[in-house]
Design a binder for this molecule. Structure first.
Ligand code: S3P
Length: 465
């Protein structure tokens, strides 16, 4: 990220204040004609976590503008406070400040770290905690306590930390850290930016060079932002696309000014809603379009969507654009497995686009969806079934048969404590013949506070049920 002093970050995305239905558990989305208007995407969740964490590992003050004030990021802020960072917030100015403790300078948390629904908090913090000489305990909600942690436990154990957790390394998990970590070279067995980041963060407080070998490229916010804070991070990409990412231990990280771009994974809901409602004309402003995150937009264009990247610019070291979408006329396609890492969080909403398209959409290489906030393949499949959408689910793929006419709708979908399942099926409700309800919308606040208001500002009808 580049230093950006004095950049005026515009006010939060919604100017019209409507009563918030996001906190009532059950929500319903009713069919609407078309969507129209401009909206501003909330801050990027991945970048927001990293801005706070790296600020905590730096000396001096870090300022963050545009931070996502969602529950996941607030869980990271609370954990960093427990480790000794000063994390404060000026609400009116949307400005967050972090006074860090420096690499290896955290103190033993006095209580269990409660991370709510946030896998990113748990996995990245595991790397930080593992390289501190004390024991800490992480836990979370029922969704997070089901999620696999072995993927970070394994490399961090090789570096010298120890872990005590439930079967399969699930939370609650005790991290018995050490400040005598040994550097490793580690080939990722799954394409995971969270695992990559956990190892690189542990590598910061480890003598020598720690290398992660990444067969498939995943989001590179950690690499970009660590460099901005002053770490030496080298990335070598071989001809076959395999990347070797090396961090040099014991850098002095210094506080920086960070501007967080809008989240392409959140913008996706408004973009797909507009794309599947003929006659729509919507612009979502300030969306991060890092190529390692933008796979959904490439896919929607392949399906025939009319999406223009306007006003392309750089914000905080990340490419950003305003996405201008006009609705109508999607067709089914095959989405290649290689594209999965660049749109891993977007398959639930892509399945909704596919349900409204004409023809069959095949989505391949989706094994990782089973390890998200819910088993997203199973959650999507159940939601499609409840709303009359013909599809087949395999172990790692999903085939959706769109007819080109609006799906039946009328179903009640179990959100499974999964924000993206909740928001995706509400978007289906805007385009289906009958309203679609979700049993519990509370998880939406983990990544997209104000989702219903933003969508309703564009002409959606999302209400408490
Ligand atoms: C994230 C990486 C992805 C993504 C998650 C956020 C990150 O997970 O699903 O929402 O911030 O690094 P994996 O890296 O485990 O695929």
């Amino acid at each position: 990220m580049v230093r950006e002093r004095g950049v005026a970050f515009p006010p939060p995305f919604q100017e019209v204040v409507l009563p918030s239905p996001a906190h009532s558990a059950k929500l319903v989305a009713r069919p609407v004609g078309y969507l129209q208007g401009r909206a501003r995407a909330p801050g990027d969740k991945s970048i927001s976590h990293r801005a706070l964490m790296f600020g905590a590992l730096a000396l001096g003050e870090t300022t963050v503008r545009g931070l996502l004030e969602g529950e996941d990021v607030l869980a990271t802020a609370a954990a960093l406070r427990a480790l000794g960072a000063e994390v404060t917030h000026e609400r009116d100015a949307s400005l967050w400040r972090v006074r860090g403790f420096g690499v290896g300078g955290g103190r033993e948390p006095a209580d269990v770290l409660e991370l709510g629904n946030s896998g990113t908090s748990a996995r990245l913090l595991a790397g930080i905690l593992a390289s501190h000489p004390f024991t800490s305990i992480m836990t979370g909600d029922a969704s997070l306590r089901r999620r696999p942690m072995q993927r970070v436990i394994e490399p961090l154990t090789r570096m010298g930390a120890r872990f005590e957790g439930r079967a399969g390394g699930r939370l609650p998990l005790a991290v018995i850290g050490t400040d005598e970590m040994v550097s490793i070279e580690y080939r990722l067995p799954v394409a995971s930016a969270q695992v990559k980041s956990a190892i690189l963060l542990a590598g910061l407080n480890t003598a020598g060079e720690t290398t992660v070998i990444e067969p498939e490229a995943t989001r590179d916010h950690t690499e970009r932002m660590l460099r901005h804070f002053g770490a030496e991070v080298r990335v070598m990409a071989a001809d076959d696309g395999v990347r070797h990412i090396t961090v040099v231990g014991w850098p002095e990280l210094l506080g920086r000014d960070i501007v967080v771009p809008g989240d392409p994974s959140s913008a996706a809901f408004a973009v797909v809603a507009a794309a599947i409602r003929p006659g729509s004309d919507v612009t979502v402003e300030n969306v991060g379009v890092n190529p390692l995150r933008a796979g959904l937009y490439e896919t929607l264009r392949d399906m025939g969507a009319d999406i223009a990247f306007e006003n392309q610019r750089e914000l905080g070291g990340e490419p950003v654009a305003d996405l201008h979408v006009k609705g109508g006329g999607l067709k089914g396609i095959e989405v290649p497995a290689e594209r999965a890492p660049s749109m891993i969080d977007e398959y639930p909403i892509l399945a909704i686009a596919a349900a409204c398209a004409k023809g069959t959409t095949r989505m391949l290489g989706l094994a990782e969806l089973r390890a998200k906030e819910s088993d997203r393949l199973a959650s999507v499949s159940a939601g499609l079934s409840a709303n009359g959408v013909k599809h087949e689910m395999g172990a790692a793929d999903l085939v959706v048969h769109g007819t080109g006419v609006p799906p039946a709708g009328g179903g009640l979908v179990a959100a499974q404590l999964d924000h993206r399942i909740a928001m995706s099926f509400l978007v289906l409700g805007l385009a289906a013949r009958e309203p679609v309800a979700i049993d519990d919308g509370s998880a939406i606040d983990t990544s997209f506070p104000g989702f219903a208001q933003l969508m309703n500002g564009l002409g959606a009808r999302i209400e408490a049920a």
